[in-house]
Design a protein around this ligand. Structure first.
Ligand code: C5P
Length: 292
């Protein structure tokens, strides 16, 4: 096979709690992860020359070896002594540095794509082991769906499938650095509140979107919001505007700064997206998508 096309889906977090700090600089987490229909499309092509090249429709993505998709390809080529090189073309739709796993999902897609294109026969378990070396969210991105993620985010337990829902994403202009957010996180600042895992999980088990939404809105569903929203007050304004426009729930995803909100149907979602575009003219990334 000379070429493969792979989808790299965005993710949101329905809940994030920091349960401990590790000696390796990472944090132990408890999260609920969910993939979205929104995806980048990666086309991988074998090259006769050695090495990895990358191109993209996005002008905001680094097109060199610092790109995590390139790192993933280089890792596979070196680990499996592949003789040919790989060209990666990324059609980007997922906002960058947004808390939506845009980079991690691209890396996951490269691992899966190279496995297929070079017929390496690696199992999902082996691919997730490799993924963990590249980034904490990469194992989840290889699996996708609705998952409880523990450890640094790499210990995955499948959860009941999330009911189909329309989701609107709104990303404040400047991206957010994940290491910076974790570096500033303190339990004192986050306070005593934690995510209401019980209500969200019960909502998933009964496929009750209103209960899932109630769970997201009670407690502090994403403790990292205490850091990011302190730096970007617009996050709280976006959440309030979503709720004023009929959202069932609104929460920051990952380390931010993107806010996601659930809507009853596409019509309400589009009305809310238009209201946000009017109110926050500086937001150029407002996207209507759905739970995958
Ligand atoms: O693994 P990844 O490169 O995506 O993580 C980026 C940074 O986020 C890490 O270097 C670390 O500072 C922080 N992080 C963390 N605990 C996690 C995941 C990420 O502290 N579980």
């Amino acid at each position: 096979m000379e070429q493969v096309q792979v989808r790299a889906h965005a993710k949101i977090n329905l809940a994030i709690d920091v349960v401990g700090k590790r000696t390796d600089g990472y944090h132990d987490l408890k999260m609920i992860m969910q993939s979205l229909a929104l995806h980048d499309t990666l086309t991988l092509t074998k090259r006769q020359e050695a090495g990895v090249t990358i191109a993209s429709n996005s002008t905001r993505m680094p097109l060199d070896e610092t790109n995590i998709a390139c790192k993933a390809a280089k890792f596979m080529i070196d680990s499996f002594s592949l003789r040919q090189g790989v060209h990666i073309d990324v059609f980007k739709r997922i906002p960058i540095a947004a808390g939506l796993a845009g980079g991690s999902s691209n890396a996951a897609a490269v691992l899966c794509g190279i496995n297929e294109m070079f017929a390496l026969g690696l199992t999902k378990g082996k691919l997730t082991e490799i993924g963990k070396i590249l980034g904490a969210d990469v194992p989840y991105c290889i699996c996708g769906g609705t998952m409880l993620a523990e450890g640094i985010g790499d210990i995955l337990t499948p959860l009941p499938k999330h009911p189909k829902t329309v989701v609107v994403l709104a990303k404040p202009q400047r991206g957010m650095s994940t290491p910076k957010v974790f570096g500033k996180f303190s339990r004192e600042q986050a306070g005593e509140k934690h995510p209401d895992f019980a209500t969200i999980l019960s909502g998933l088990e009964t496929s009750d979107i209103d209960k899932v939404s109630r769970g997201i809105m009670s407690g502090m569903a994403n403790v990292l919001e205490s850091v990011t929203a302190a730096e970007r007050p617009i996050i709280n304004d976006i959440k309030a505007e979503f709720l004023r426009n009929g959202a069932k729930c609104a929460l920051m995803s990952g380390s931010g700064p993107t806010v996601f909100a659930y809507f009853a149907d596409e019509r309400q979602a589009n009305i809310a997206a238009a209201a946000l575009r009017r109110k926050f003219s500086q937001l150029n990334e407002i996207i209507v998508t759905s739970i995958e």
